[in-house]
Design a protein around this ligand. Structure first.
Ligand code: MN
Length: 424
């Protein structure tokens, strides 16, 4: 074990006095500190199996050393994160990058680390070595029924794998679309995709959800067949009550008002959940909160407002997952930063005085409305997040402990310098 309980205890012991001072100071200046800490403790963010190695770009990939070599090691890495922050209690598998060879053993290993299986993700955006039909011109939209059949069967197989693991949702992200005008008949491509999705939907167990993820561009650059939330919502509405729209923060055109999209999807009861990341230009997949933390806060503000309006449970009624990866950071340190950024934005959103905000809105008091939001956003809530970790048995400063224990060095020693995690 790279991280034992006594490591956590002695780390927390050293930081405890300073932390307590900061926590008490903050608790006295806000309402409901204990309630916020409790909600933070309950809030779990799923870690995708493909984020545990270096992401790379189309120009290259620089392995970081000690990357997990198989599914078991990926589960161990997520277990390590969860031990540090007590907020990463789920893993999301991508199939066929991660196919459990022995489902019972995989499940048992995850349970040993306190992990559940979040949404399972299908992949019809690249060809696998042994596959008969090519996805070069799309999958569920393809003009050839044999290609569509293969893509549908793959999704149904992913559902089957998910059932065995105890997962409850399937995320479908399609790269289908076109690169040039005239290449595709939009209406017919939509219809074919819908018919394919209907077959997959029919294979969902009763208590499952299907998440239809959209993306504005890339790898297709003229049209995407599920290109925005309107198209995703069309599919979800036509499919039925188990189908929802999934929002990936990086999948919009620049300057899109994502918080408004979230608000409306929530009020329609069609928001599935989130893929968190951050971006400067496009689908940059950068660390959550690293570029635009105010936007993240505004999104959480709509989430909290919208979920409360519908009486939803913040922790369980939507799917929360990180979908980020890149070349330059230690993937585990990066994930710790992402989870913390999510918790900070959530805690700030919980601080918003919603009654006062409604009163300001009803009086067209624009200045007060902005003050209310920014008072919450400018509160340093990190002591609340740290207190939630402390009460749950995690580390006060996860990245610091990760570094001081030399976890990466141990992983390199155990797994080797030149390991490559499965993925793109
Ligand atoms: Mn995504």
């Amino acid at each position: 074990m790279l991280l034992e309980k006594y490591h956590l205890d002695s780390h927390n012991e050293q930081l405890l006095a300073t932390h307590k001072k900061q926590f008490h100071f903050l608790s006295e200046s806000i309402n409901d500190a204990d309630r916020i800490v409790q909600l933070l403790s309950e809030f779990q963010v799923a870690i995708p199996s493909w984020a545990l190695g270096t992401g790379g770009t189309r120009f290259g990939r620089f392995s970081g050393g000690g990357e997990p070599r198989n599914l078991e090691e990926k589960i161990e890495d997520v277990g390590l994160l969860h031990k540090l922050n007590q907020s990463s209690g789920a893993i999301s598998l991508h199939i066929p990058w991660d196919i459990p060879e022995n489902t019972a053993a995989t499940k048992a290993l995850a349970a040993q680390h306190g992990l559940k299986f979040d949404a399972v993700n299908s992949n019809t955006f690249q060809d696998q070595p042994d596959q008969e039909q090519s996805y070069k011109f799309g999958s569920l939209q393809h003009v050839d029924p044999a290609v569509r059949r293969q893509a549908i069967d793959h999704n149904i197989e992913v559902i089957r794998q998910g059932i065995a693991l105890g997962s409850k949702s399937l995320t479908v992200w399609l790269s289908d679309g076109s690169c040039f005008p005239g290449q595709l008949n939009f209406r017919r491509a939509f219809q074919r995709t819908l018919e394919s999705l209907k077959e997959i939907y029919a294979a969902l167990p009763e208590d499952w959800k299907m998440f239809v993820e959209y993306k504005a561009f890339e790898p297709n650059f003229y049209s995407m067949t599920v290109g925005d939330w309107g198209q995703s919502l069309l599919y979800a509405n036509k499919l039925g009550p188990k189908a929802y729209t999934l929002v990936d923060l990086g999948h919009h055109l620049p300057n899109a008002n994502i918080e408004q999209i979230v608000s409306l999807l929530l009020s329609e009861g069609k928001l599935a959940g989130f893929h968190f990341n951050d971006s400067k230009y496009g689908d940059d997949d950068l660390t959550v909160g690293s570029i635009n933390p105010y936007q993240l806060f505004l999104i959480f503000n709509e989430l909290v407002e919208g979920m409360d309006a519908r009486g939803m449970n913040h922790a369980n009624d939507l799917g929360w997952m990180i979908d980020a990866s890149h070349n330059v950071k230690d993937p585990l340190e990066d994930l710790l930063q992402s989870v913390e950024a999510i918790q900070i934005a959530y805690a700030q959103a919980l601080l918003v005085d919603s009654k006062k905000l409604v009163a300001a809105q009803d009086n067209n008091d624009v200045v007060s409305a902005q003050e209310i939001l920014q008072n919450a956003y400018r509160t340093d809530v990190r002591p609340l997040v740290a207190e939630a970790r402390l009460r749950s048995g995690g580390a006060l400063q996860p990245v610091e402990l990760f570094r001081s224990l030399g976890v990466r060095q141990s992983l390199i020693k155990n797994r080797g310098q030149k390991t490559v995690a499965t993925g793109l």
